[in-house]
Design a binder for this molecule. Structure first.
Ligand code: LRH
Ligand code: MN
Ligand code: MN
Length: 388
């Protein structure tokens, strides 16, 4: 059986997965948002909770913000608060999906004044990034139409490019823009950035500081996501991942929960394409915990990514290449599956202990008393953002 080599462990030690601040707020569906005892009441408490995930896993060194969900008076104070807790502030996510003005679009809107308002929101997000020290501005647009004929598809692409150019022009030398695609929802007929090709076309004409963000939950069922990962890495345009898993639509469930094999296949292409621990490729979670406790939900998530990364590293690449070159279909598949079926959990637990971490971070968190403490201390936790 394959074992994790010192090189594998060193790659795993460098791995960092950014947590979304909104994973710590209450969330739900359009039917009901269930409250969880101990839910953070503000961005400060969300960051404190995110720091717990890093404390038990050493895997989650940064937290993404969503504006305006995480608006505070002083972002430099928030940055200091995060650093005091051993984490950094990461990607800033814009939000143009909760304002009546954006009913028919934001960066694509027919009305120049509304487009300008949406552009200004992104410029304000870049101001936040300047204060937090964040590198990435993540843009996901809830724009599209519900009925054939409702919108001028071509005109909207042109306006999108013009708006993005204005935002791009404001980025600092070390800052980036990542454009996230999603095939449907909230619009049901067409979406302005529905797929990786559209995102790629839009960011390519902006320049080298603009990249594609791949959210694993944003594809039609049956899509070969690892192929997209391979292609974007090949083109040098995979800027970031939003990891989560789904059974039906954009379910935002714990990554690796629905289809661990898919996560393995994606991470294999990341390793194969040089995307692991590559600063150009940010690993983030984009999840909501509707019915489970949020901090252990995030601990479970980053451990799932770590476990599948370890398995992807275990693929015997020389044997795989030899089998592929000789056309030995079954041998190639067997090499791949051997790695996938290897249970790395005992080896990872032992390795964690050797680094002074708990072998079982889920159990260590549960035993820490933090969950009971926040449940007692915090009354009136906020929603993740939806319906807030
Ligand atoms: C859209 C999305 C995007 C948003 C987040 C809350 O579905 O994936 O990344 O910012 O959810
Ligand atoms: Mn996302
Ligand atoms: Mn989503």
């Amino acid at each position: 059986m394959s074992t994790l080599s010192p090189e594998h462990l060193s790659a795993l030690e460098q791995q960092g997965i950014e947590l979304p601040s909104w994973a710590f707020g209450n969330s739900g569906t359009r039917f009901k948002v269930f409250g969880t005892p101990g839910t953070p009441r503000d961005p400060w408490e969300k960051i404190a909770d995110a720091a717990q995930v890093n404390k038990y896993t050493a895997l989650a060194p940064s937290v993404a913000l969503h504006i305006p969900w995480d608006v505070v008076d002083s972002y430099s104070d928030l940055r200091r608060h995060a650093e005091d807790l051993g984490v950094e502030l990461g990607t800033v996510n814009s939000n143009t999906f909760q304002d009546d003005d954006y009913k028919f679009g934001a960066l694509t809107h027919e009305d120049a004044a509304i487009r300008q308002k949406a552009i200004d929101h992104h410029l304000a997000c870049i101001d936040v990034m300047d204060a937090t020290g964040s590198r990435d501005l993540k843009i996901w647009l809830a724009e599209g139409s519900n009925y054939p004929g409702q919108a001028d598809l071509r005109g909207r692409q042109d306006r999108l490019q013009e708006s993005l150019q204005q935002i791009y022009a404001r980025l600092g030398d070390d800052q980036r823009l990542v454009l996230e695609y999603k095939f449907f929802e909230p619009a049901f007929y067409h979406t302005d950035v529905p797929d990786w090709g559209t995102s790629y076309a839009q960011v390519s004409s902006l320049g080298h500081k603009a990249m594609v963000c791949l959210d694993t939950g944003h594809h039609a069922p049956g899509t070969n996501i690892e192929f997209i990962v391979m292609q974007l890495l090949r083109l040098g345009k995979l800027g970031s991942f939003d990891f989560n898993s789904r059974f039906y639509a954009d379910d935002d469930l714990i990554v690796g929960a629905a289809d661990p094999f898919q996560l393995f296949r994606i991470l294999f292409e990341v390793v194969r394409g040089g995307g692991l621990n590559n600063p150009d490729v940010a690993f983030m979670l984009d999840q909501c915990h509707n019915v489970e406790d949020k901090i252990p939900g995030q601990i479970r998530s980053v451990l799932n990514v770590q476990e599948m990364t370890a398995r992807a590293l275990l693929v015997d690449r020389d044997a795989l290449t030899a089998a592929q070159k000789s056309g030995d279909v079954l041998a190639a598949n067997a090499v791949f599956m051997d790695a996938f079926y290897t249970d790395v959990r005992p080896a990872l637990a032992e390795w964690r202990e050797s680094r002074g971490l708990a072998g079982d971070p889920m159990a260590a968190y549960a035993a820490s008393g933090y969950q009971q403490q926040i449940a007692a201390e915090r009354v009136g936790g906020v929603q993740a953002g939806w319906g807030a």
